[in-house]
Design a protein around this ligand. Structure first.
Ligand code: ADP
Length: 955
């Protein structure tokens, strides 16, 4: 604004160019200064920049002052005084105005003030253009001095006011800081107030909780002061101790401790309390009611912040039950230990890795290892013989992997190793256990050395008895049989009765001895069966035949129903089982009763049943009668005969054949005994002609005749093959080698005579006896006719046929020679008598040597061999015979007192070989078997007797 006024005023008086230039310069400088000021305000003046800005202000003020001052020189209006005065006033006014704007900074004020006034003043004095110029110059100086003074005073005032303001600002700042702090403290105070009240609340709650917990606690809780005086007990504590709080207070609590434990407990309590330690102890409590309980107490010292003892807190638990259980456990462990230690058997425990963990006194004695030596060693390295070690390891690993073992919980007989290196037999029972997470095994081991020695002695004794008793008994039985039959002379009636009594009792004696020997053999595991393919029906028939006489005497009817079922069994043993059941059934049946014997197939089994109408067996005895020496009634042995061994033997035989045996009964009405045997299909297919039943070939062109005759003969237990033509007869006779051929004469094509001629012509059929069976009456034989043994008319009836058949069969065997090797002369005599009755030629040899000589000399058709001979045994005889081609196949019947095992039977095999045990088979049965054997084996040998020397001939 000032620039504009100056320009307008001075226009026309100074050169316009200078004026405009000056105005432009000043405006520019002013603008720059304005910008500077703005910039200064925009950026807050940082402490380190104040100096720089101040310099800029001073410089700006200087520049502006200089331009204003330049106006006093370059724009001085020489022509007009008035304009001069205006200029002087303008500059003076500018300088005065600077007091207001610049006096806050002395130097900025001076930088503006001096350049503004100095040039015009100097000009006025140096170039006075008017008489007033100098005066104006003086006035200007005076004005300038006044201005300067005013400016300095104003500056001082401004500085002071600034200081005041700054001080004020400082005060305000401090005040606000103090206020902030006060506010913060207030907030903190409020917070800690809140926390404090929460803490107080919490403490109250936890105190309450403690009280209620303590009241409901199943554990007794107590609190004492620093001296150990009781200050608090909960309800449970009072129950355990039987004391109220009032009684427990102070020292009262110690009264609860059982007098016997009190001194010890108090001493320990005092000690741990004084040491500030923890107390923990079991002791007995005696309640005022006199009840003793076991308690466990624990306590802990309570310390203040400054570690001063405030008192004790503790718990008391009623552990009576636990103590009792521990006591029971301890007692049972002690009992277990004492049982183990006093056991007569060695007791051993091992872990899964085989390490021995227990070893009793008897184990020390049995194995020779002391407890201290063996604990921690393995079983394998100590008592198992080297060759069993691998098997033992394998078994153990198998059990650990599968949990299965065939040896656990069973009695096993094994060999063990003694510390001294010797091996000995042991019986061991092994069972598994567990200790924590590990498997353990325990075993009782019994030394069998002594038992074995006794067994050996017993075996020898039994073997002696079996021979010594069986042989004479067999001869007594045979002799009595012969006498009773009346065939060697008539006996008076009374004598006959006596003979029968003797015979019955001999049978009983024989049975008893057989049973005892059987049981002995079963017990010693010596009963081994000799399985062969056989037919259930045949075995049944055989057993029934054996028991028929007994049944007849007891007036009991035997009813048989059978079915051909193939079996793989030891026929003797199965017949023994059946006869045993039959004899029981007959024994217990009333006279006139019936015993039903059946065998039927049920699925894969043959089921044998023997049922009677006797007194029955009480339900509780149905199982026990299969035990040894078990009888329903102790008087059975006396009244009915028997030893109570029969069923035990039956069961063991059946089990050996993988079958089952059991009894069913309605007490008072009868009993049924059943046993099963696995059926054997192959046996059915291969079932050969059963022994002891001669095969008869019947040849007739009339099928109805064949049917009737076949049925009649089968009823008589012959085996029958029927053919309808002569050609078939020849073919079948050659193939099946029948014992007798029953031949019709009148047949189309090849008649009877022609057929007979062919048969007699062929070597393989030449020796088969032929019986003519024709409607024609018997004719005289003509020399041209081939040999036939007899002629039976079809019209003469069954009896005639049977008689003729019997004779034909006997005829067949008649000329056979039997060599009887038997050292017992009595028995030999009986056997020879029996054979003689059948017209057989018999030679007797007493020793092995004589047997061999006899064989060489006579080439017997059958050898009957006893095994125990004065100069060796039957095995040697068999061995010797086997060396000779002609004698290797001699048919052999071993008739010995010894029950033979499979290996022994194998060693004795020659030609067709059969084994009979004296005592097990009656002389009658023996006779029957030998005769049917001869009928099948021995070809017709007409006139053999002629021209023979006889050594010990029975003739
Ligand atoms: P024992 O030699 O005494 O006959 P067993 O072992 O054969 O011996 O039979 C044992 C007991 O079982 C017999 O003594 C008898 O009490 C009873 N018992 C066996 N079979 C019969 C049966 N069929 N009827 C009644 N009781 C029988």
């Amino acid at each position: 604004m000032n620039v504009g006024i100056a320009t307008l005023v001075l226009w026309q008086t100074v050169a316009w160019l200078s004026l405009l230039s000056w105005a432009a310069l000043l405006v520019t400088i002013t603008l720059v200064r304005l910008l500077l000021v703005q910039e200064y305000h925009r950026i807050a003046p940082a402490a380190n920049q104040i100096r720089r800005w101040r310099l800029r202000f001073i410089l700006g003020a200087g520049c502006a002052g200089t331009v204003w001052g330049a106006a006093g020189i370059f724009l001085f209006p020489h022509s007009s005084l008035a304009h001069q005065i205006f200029l002087i006033f303008l500059l003076g006014g500018m300088a005065a105005g600077a007091i207001a704007t610049l006096s806050s900074d002395k130097f900025a004020f001076l930088a503006f003030f001096l350049p503004t006034l100095l040039p015009i003043t100097v000009r006025l004095f140096l170039y006075p253009i008017h008489e007033t110029s100098v005066a104006m110059g003086v006035l200007l100086v005076a004005f300038a001095v006044v201005l300067l003074i005013t400016a300095l005073q104003f500056h001082a005032a401004i500085v002071e006011s600034l200081h005041l303001r700054l001080a004020n600002l400082d005060l305000v700042r401090h005040l606000s800081i103090a206020k902030d702090q006060a506010e913060r403290s207030n907030v903190q105070l409020a917070e800690s107030n809140r926390a404090l009240s929460a803490a107080i609340q919490k403490t109250t709650a936890s105190e309450e909780r403690f009280r209620s917990l303590s009241a409901a606690s199943p554990i007794g809780i107590f609190q004492t002061d620093a001296e150990g005086g009781c200050i608090y007990v909960n309800k449970r504590w009072q129950q355990i101790a039987g004391l109220g709080f009032a009684e427990a207070k102070g020292d009262g609590w110690s009264r609860a401790i059982h007098p016997e434990d009190r001194a010890g407990v108090l001493a320990e309590w005092t000690r741990t309390a004084s040491e500030g330690g923890a107390f923990s102890r079991d002791f007995r409590v005696l309640t005022p009611q006199g009840e003793t309980r076991w308690a466990h107490s624990r306590s802990q010292v309570v310390l203040s912040e400054h570690l001063a003892v405030l008192g004790h807190v503790g718990t008391v638990e009623d552990i009576t039950e636990r103590k009792q259980a521990e006591e029971v456990l301890r007692e049972s462990q002690e009992r277990y230990r004492s049982i183990i230690e006093t056991a007569q058997d060695a007791f051993i425990s091992i872990e899964a890795n085989g390490v021995i963990t227990d070893w009793n006194r008897q184990a020390e004695l049995t194995f020779g290892w002391a407890h201290t030596e063996i604990i921690g060693q393995t079983l394998v390295e100590t008592i198992i013989p080297p060759y069993y070690r691998q098997a033992h390891e394998r078994g153990l690993q198998h059990f650990l992997a599968t949990g299965e073992s065939p040896v656990l919980n069973k009695r096993l007989e094994l060999t063990a190793l003694h510390h001294d290196g010797r091996e000995f037999p042991v019986e061991i029972t092994l069972w598994p256990g567990r200790r924590g997470a590990t498997d353990t095994f325990h075993a009782f081991v019994r030394d069998l050395s002594e038992r074995r020695a006794v067994e050996r002695m017993k075996d020898e004794f039994v073997s002696v008895v079996s021979h010594e008793l069986r042989t004479p008994l067999t001869s007594i039985r045979g002799a009595l049989g012969l006498l009773t039959s009346g065939l060697i002379g008539a006996v008076p009636e009374r004598g006959q009765r006596m003979l029968e009594i003797a015979l019955n009792n001999t049978d009983r004696l024989v049975r008893l001895i057989n049973d005892i020997l059987d049981v002995e053999r079963i017990q010693s595991g010596k009963v081994t069966s000799q399985p062969q393919l056989c037919d259930a029906a045949t075995l049944l028939t055989q057993a029934v035949e054996e028991m028929r006489t007994m049944a007849e005497q007891a007036e009991v009817t035997l009813s048989v129903t059978s079915q051909a079922i193939g079996l793989r069994a030891d026929p003797d043993r199965i017949v023994q089982t059946l006869t045993n059941l039959l004899s029981n059934a007959i024994k217990f049946s009333p006279a006139g009763g019936t015993v039903w014997v059946t065998v039927v197939r049920q699925r894969e089994e043959a089921v044998f049943a023997v049922k009677d109408q006797g007194r029955g067996i009480p339900a509780d005895k149905l199982e026990s009668i299969f035990g040894r020496f078990q009888q329903v009634d102790a008087s059975d042995a006396r009244k009915k005969g028997g030893t109570g061994l029969g069923l035990a033997i039956c069961r063991s035989i059946v089990q050996q054949h993988e079958g089952r045996i059991w009894a069913e009964s309605t007490f008072g009405k009868g009993s049924s005994f059943f046993f099963t045997l696995p059926a054997w299909k192959e046996a059915e297919q291969a079932m050969s002609v059963p022994e002891g039943h001669p095969l008869i070939l019947v040849c007739d062109d009339d099928p109805s005749v064949l049917e009737v005759v076949g049925a009649v003969l089968e009823h008589q237990e012959y085996q029958v093959v029927t053919v309808t033509s002569g050609q078939d007869a020849v073919a079948q006779a050659a193939a099946q080698q029948p014992a007798v051929i029953l031949l019709d004469l009148l047949m189309p094509q090849m008649n009877g005579w022609e057929t007979m001629a062919v048969l007699k012509n062929r070597p393989e059929t030449r020796n088969i006896p032929i019986l003519i069976f024709s409607i024609l009456p018997p004719q005289e034989r003509t020399p041209s006719q081939p040999e036939f043994v007899d002629w039976v008319s079809k019209s003469s009836g069954d009896a005639a046929l049977f008689q003729a058949l019997k004779q034909a069969l006997a005829e067949r065997a008649r000329t056979a020679l039997v060599l009887v090797v038997e050292d017992d002369l009595d028995l030999a005599k009986v056997l020879i008598t029996i054979f003689q009755r059948h017209g057989l030629e018999t030679v007797h040899a007493r020793t092995g040597h004589e047997a061999i000589e006899g064989c060489k000399r006579w080439r017997p058709d059958l050898l009957v061999l006893d095994l125990i001979l004065p100069d060796g045994d039957g095995f040697l005889v068999a061995d010797w015979l086997r060396q000779y081609d002609q004698l290797r196949h001699v048919p052999l019947v071993v008739y010995s007192a010894k029950d033979l095992d499979a290996e022994e039977r194998e060693r004795l095999q020659l030609g067709h070989t059969e084994f009979f045990t004296k005592g097990r088979i009656t002389p009658k049965e023996f006779e029957h078997r030998v005769m049917s054997l001869l009928a099948r084996l021995v070809p017709h040998k007409g006139g053999r007797l002629d021209g023979h020397d006889q050594m010990h001939s029975g003739h």
